[in-house]
Design a protein around this ligand. Structure first.
Ligand SMILES: NC(=O)c1ccc[n+]([C@@H]2O[C@H](COP(=O)([O-])OP(=O)(O)OC[C@H]3O[C@@H](n4cnc5c(N)ncnc54)[C@H](O)[C@@H]3O)[C@@H](O)[C@H]2O)c1
Length: 245
């Protein structure tokens, strides 16, 4: 029970990797997992399966809505132990075809959303003297990818912000840690439209010979969120089957 009694917030928690993380936290004994998402269609099944999970409709780009919800969580529980910045989108195009709208949408959710969430939650953790923030980057943020100028920019920036936060949040003796998980291609609805012929070369180059499953990513997030990683901060764990070695 590595999350026993913890109060956790997972953005993009309704489906895909975020849902896997929320469910893993609940199975590991979390007192409450707040699953924040713009889409509430999956909340009923999630809440029914895991009474510790509570869905809340929030867009991470809406600073006022985020602040109000974080205040509500603080009022209810008195603390937030774990924040997982997971919500993310793609709007892929080669750079010569990428419009301002695609650039802005991805920057807003994947970069500004992470900033807005962390700005709202980190002070509560620092006040309480402990906490763990795990942000989902991507191997694309470390290695780049064709057609993902906008996405790569945000996922690289999330790593850079995390390293700064690791230094900033530990000042004055607070045990507030910040780390990243960088998944390789993971079987979720996000990559449902990626043709198998694009995925196959990645699988062929991956020493462990497959794509990631949601639980592979959730396991790394669980480690960085729990006391098992109490002396780890400012780090990036790649979960990519050894794709880049
Ligand atoms: N699937 C992959 O191959 C892969 C690889 C590397 C990194 N990632 C990252 O993992 C994270 C989760 O990806 P996924 O594959 O589970 O995606 P997904 O599309 O299956 O799920 C993302 C969830 O985030 C929610 N969301 C989107 N915009 C939001 C917003 N503005 N506010 C709140 N919620 C919002 C969506 O409604 C959805 O429920 C993302 O940050 C993604 O970039 C995914």
């Amino acid at each position: 029970m590595r999350m026993k009694d913890k109060v956790c917030v997972v953005t993009g928690g309704a489906r895909g990797i975020g849902r896997g993380i929320a469910e893993t936290f609940a199975r590991e004994g979390a007192a409450r997992v707040w699953a924040l998402d713009v889409n509430d269609a999956d909340f009923p099944s999630l809440e029914a399966a895991h009474p510790a999970i509570k869905g809340a409709v929030v867009n991470v780009t809406d600073a006022a809505a985020v602040a109000a919800l974080v205040e509500r969580i603080k009022a209810e529980h008195g603390r937030i132990d774990v924040l997982v910045n997971n919500a993310g989108i793609t709007r892929d195009a080669l750079i010569q075809k990428m419009g301002d709208a695609e650039w802005d949408a991805v920057i807003d959710v994947n970069l500004k959303g992470v900033f807005i969430m962390t700005r709202a939650v980190a002070p509560i953790m620092m006040e309480g003297g402990s906490g763990s923030i795990v942000s989902i980057s991507s191997i694309v943020g470390l290695d780049g990818n064709i057609g993902q100028t906008n996405y790569a920019a945000t996922k690289g920036a999330v790593v850079a912000m995390t390293k700064g936060w690791a230094k900033e949040f530990a000042r004055k003796g607070a045990k507030v840690r910040a780390n990243c998980v960088s998944p390789g291609y993971t079987r979720t609805p996000m990559i449902a439209t990626v043709p198998e012929k694009v995925l196959e070369p990645f699988i062929a180059r991956t020493p462990l010979g497959r794509l990631a499953e949601i639980q592979d990513i959730a396991n790394a997030v669980l480690f960085l969120s729990s006391e098992d990683s109490a002396f780890i901060t400012g780090q990036v764990i790649r979960v990519d089957g050894g794709l880049v070695l």
